[in-house]
Design a protein around this ligand. Structure first.
Ligand code: SF4
Length: 226
């Protein structure tokens, strides 16, 4: 595969991060609290699959691993769409090898709506960019998308899934994705390590897992004013 939603977003934060993910992933250090947040997000996402009733999940793992078998997921998704399945979870799409898996794809009278699930109390611009990436890939696969929602974690724990319509904003990122995806694909494949000076991008929008590597072993809590 070329770029996924996650790798695209990581490359937009810092192309070196994208390069390291591909060529030197063992240098990555994921803080335990971040890992815990990722795990909680996965759990919330799993529960959200049922918000519209019966659904089919497209996830398939490579044998003996928890690594998604993207090729098999693409085939399963095509089959589910051909059968007219109303709610497809982890629906996989690929365009020129760029890949995304939509948390929930819900059939409508004219096509499908996308639901991106986030275990967070409010919408952030980063979430809308994520949804915009999915909209980009899926529409390039000639699937007609009506509305785009982000499902956030509301305050009512009895009914925590709150869809927020971000259609206009997410669709507005189509050109932004197209303007950067090909260049990031190229940079990811560069044979030599990309040289980028550490800066603001090391902490925004997310703390980089290569912080220690690029800052000479210094961890974020020791970083002082740089
Ligand atoms: S620590 Fe900073 S410079 Fe290094 S890969 Fe991460 S974002 Fe890029």
């Amino acid at each position: 595969m070329a770029l996924t939603k996650t790798s695209f977003m990581r490359g937009m934060q810092c192309p070196k991060m994208l390069w390291l993910d591909k060529h030197k992933p063992s240098l990555k250090v994921i803080p335990p609290e971040i890992q815990a947040r990722l795990d909680a997000g996965n759990e919330f996402g799993d529960l959200a699959m049922g918000i519209f009733g019966p659904y089919e999940e497209m996830t398939i793992y490579l044998p003996g691993t928890t690594v998604p078998d993207k090729k098999a997921m693409l085939t399963r998704t095509q089959d589910a769409m051909a059968r007219g399945v109303e709610v497809i979870c982890e629906a996989a799409f690929s365009n020129y090898n760029n890949y995304c898996a939509a948390d929930i794809l819900r059939k409508t009278e004219t096509g499908y709506d996308i639901y991106e699930v986030k275990n967070a109390p409010e919408i952030s611009e980063q979430f809308i960019k994520d949804a915009g990436f999915q909209y980009y890939i899926i529409t390039r696969c000639k699937v007609r998308i009506g509305r785009v929602f982000i499902v956030i974690h509301g305050s009512d724990e009895e009914s925590p899934f709150v869809p927020v319509d971000v259609t206009a904003q997410a669709k507005g990122y189509y050109k932004w994705v197209n303007d950067h995806i090909w260049e990031l694909n190229r940079r990811q494949k560069e044979p030599e390590e990309i040289v980028i000076e550490p800066g603001e991008q090391c902490l925004k929008p997310y703390e980089c897992w290569y912080y220690g590597y690029c800052h000479g072993g210094k961890q974020t809590e020791e970083r002082g004013d740089d």
